[in-house]
Design a protein around this ligand. Structure first.
Ligand code: C2O
Length: 634
């Protein structure tokens, strides 16, 4: 019995946001129900309601109640007594109530400026019970919610208290006209040096579910991730489909810093064996069976782990915005006894499609709806980590990552006769939901293509005698001077190498940059010669998925007859093992844009190329002095 662990600690709700202008954001009052919660927990302990049954099953309520702020549209709906025990969670653990999206947020508010402060530091913490060095934002893990409206200007001040450089990337945001705010070290900026800070300043033109993460080497994998939610008046048409809106972060998780794991991965003769996750987290938390490590492993097991809990009220409908912030692992998500409807994929609203299990690969987002219309009891929310896609098995990894969905505001394990997993087999491969299932809600025809670039993805032992990842014959190494800075300087100097259409000769051999000097519609045929699935992300754009296949090759004779009517569009797509995908985008956004595999290990191994687009606009650019200054501060 560890009641002091449940009842002590110093969790604080940390507001990252400080609105400059008047906004409709109401301040949260997360401590309203603490008294009730403590009484509840004490009672639960006294009654032995499944608490303290050993490390693997000990729980604290950290999941989503809805009424901790007084702005809930329906505060007396039965979720009002959510066990918010924020005073009892360790100070480094972000209160997951912060990821409940207050439904009274004004999606019609006039555009405003919103200010956020993100201070990055390294601490010792134990999100799943195993103590490790963890990178945190404002002292907590996972990162704070960034929530804005379409059209808002955001000022995000990132302060670096690490001993290494850092950066922050706003995954999925176009940054049209502000390429230098994209946060991609080696492409659009130099890293923010230790003890320095940088102000990201941009306007959000889109809406939907996004996220942010460090884009410096594999650093995000060590904790620098958070949700970025953008609302819009356009949401009114789907808001009537749900009563509550909740962000859910899913991620694989390692017990060591990525910088510790990386050398082994890149060592020669390693045959591309990626570091294997030790656990999976939901809302940054999970249990871990510490006894699966030998006593002399050196790991310190702190018994303060928890499981995420989602409180639901009978009859209510829920939107869960799933974000896979992991490094390597795909999840298959399901809720026992409840079908789920997919309504959004990578910020594209889609025609609702009902599924039992939903695959979500690294960096992808899906919004799912479910109706709390089953017997009022407890059910498992399952995020099965698909280790069949890993190169080997990690004996300590429990792939069955779970959260609790409770109708009864309780923390007990579901009754296995009442909470039943779907009997359909789990996928053996890491493939996206079929694109034919994903139909954008707002139709947008794909334009006719102007230029087509086929690329080949492979892993080779390069002349570094390291196992490197290649796109065509280039393995990416971040340059000291970002390619954006090089291109702007080259364009100013009228160096024709920087404005010649096609594979650019202006950069060093470790940069594969395709230059598209004026507006064109570009197709990229990604061909994978690799046995693993690769979630590819294109910065600065959404692309249409024109065709894809898990084997064989694209049929060029089908090219003239591809469906243009309303193909799925998104920003992160899984290219199947030995498979291919044909993506199309409008190269209308000036700047240098990365196209890369989002598996941390693969990007760091070189699986990144870039597009340089709209030289006609870029040649008029002068990079802001604070962006340039990041490169002097050595
Ligand atoms: Cu999530 Cu290159 O980014």
């Amino acid at each position: 019995m560890k009641e002091d662990e449940l009842l002590h600690g110093g969790g604080q709700t940390q507001e990252a946001e400080k609105p400059l202008a008047t906004t409709t954001r109401k301040s949260r009052k997360p401590f309203l129900f603490i008294g009730t919660a403590i009484i509840f927990v004490v009672l639960a302990l006294a009654l032995g309601l499944g608490l303290g049954l050993g490390l693997k099953h000990k729980k604290a309520s950290v999941g989503g109640g809805h009424s901790s702020n007084g702005t809930s549209p329906n505060p007396t709906n039965g979720t009002g007594e959510s066990p918010d025990i924020s005073e009892n969670i360790p100070s480094w653990r972000r209160n997951p109530l912060e990821y409940n999206l207050d439904m009274s947020w004004d999606i019609n508010a006039a555009p405003t400026t919103r200010v956020f402060n993100l201070t990055v530091s390294e601490i010792q913490a134990a999100p799943d019970g195993i103590l490790r060095p963890l990178l945190v934002i404002n002292g907590q893990f996972p990162g704070p919610l960034i929530r804005v409206n379409q059209g808002d200007r955001v000022l995000i001040n990132v302060t670096n208290q690490l001993s290494n450089g850092t950066s922050m990337h706003w995954h999925g945001l176009y940054q049209n006209g502000t390429n230098w705010m994209d946060g991609t070290v080696g492409v659009t900026q130099c890293a923010i040096p230790p003890s320095d800070s940088f102000l990201y300043n941009f306007t959000v033109e889109q809406f939907g579910t996004y996220w942010y993460h460090s884009h410096f080497a594999t650093q995000y994998t060590d904790g620098l991730v958070g949700p970025f939610i953008v609302h819009s008046p356009e949401e009114s048409k789907i808001q009537e489909m749900y009563d509550y809106d909740q962000v859910v972060l899913l991620q694989d998780y390692y017990h060591n810093l990525s910088t510790t794991l990386l050398p082994g991965y890149l060592a020669s003769g390693n045959e591309n064996a990626e570091p294997l996750p030790d656990n999976g987290l939901i809302q940054g938390t999970n249990f871990f069976n510490c006894s699966s490590y030998p006593p002399d492993s050196g790991y310190i097991c702190d018994q303060n782990s928890t499981r995420a809990i989602f409180n639901v009220a009978q009859g209510k409908r829920y939107r869960f915005r799933l974000i896979n912030t992991g490094a390597f692992g795909e999840f298959q998500v399901s809720i026992d006894n409840h079908t789920i409807q997919v309504i959004e994929a990578d910020a594209t609203l889609v025609q609702p499609v009902t599924v039992s299990r939903l695959p979500i690969h690294i960096a992808q987002r899906y919004s799912i709806l479910f109706h709390a219309n089953q017997t009022a009891t407890n059910y498992w929310f399952r995020a099965h980590m698909n280790d069949l896609c890993f190169s080997a098995e990690n004996p300590v990894l429990d792939t069955d990552v779970r959260a609790l969905v409770t109708y009864t505001n309780s923390t007990s394990d579901p009754n296995p006769t009442q909470s039943v997993d779907w009997s359909y087999a789990l996928d053996a491969s890491c493939e996206d939901l079929s694109t034919s299932d994903l139909v954008p809600y707002d139709p947008l025809p794909a334009p006719q293509v102007d230029i087509t670039y086929p690329i080949e993805v492979s892993f080779q032992i390069g002349n570094y005698a390291l196992d490197r990842a290649y796109i065509n014959s280039t393995t990416w190494v971040p340059p000291t001077v970002p390619t954006l800075n090089q291109a702007v300087a080259g364009l100013h100097a009228n160096d024709a190498n920087f404005s010649t259409s096609g594979v650019s000769t202006a950069f060093s051999a470790s940069q594969l940059v395709v230059d598209v000097p004026t507006y064109k519609v570009v197709d990229v045929l990604i061909n994978s010669l690799d046995e693993g699935a690769h979630p590819f992300h294109l910065h600065g754009h959404q692309f249409w998925i024109m065709a894809s296949g898990s084997r064989g090759d694209f049929e060029w004779n089908s090219y003239p007859t591809l469906n243009l009517t309303n193909p799925m569009r998104r920003d992160t797509l899984t290219v199947d093992a030995f498979g291919w995908a044909l993506i199309r985008f409008k190269a209308d956004n000036p700047g240098l844009w990365a196209l890369h595999c989002h598996i941390s290990w693969h990007m760091e191994a070189g699986l990144l190329m870039q597009f340089q687009t709209r030289d006609d606009i870029m040649e008029g650019w002068t990079l802001p002095s604070d962006v340039l200054a990041l490169c002097d501060a050595k």
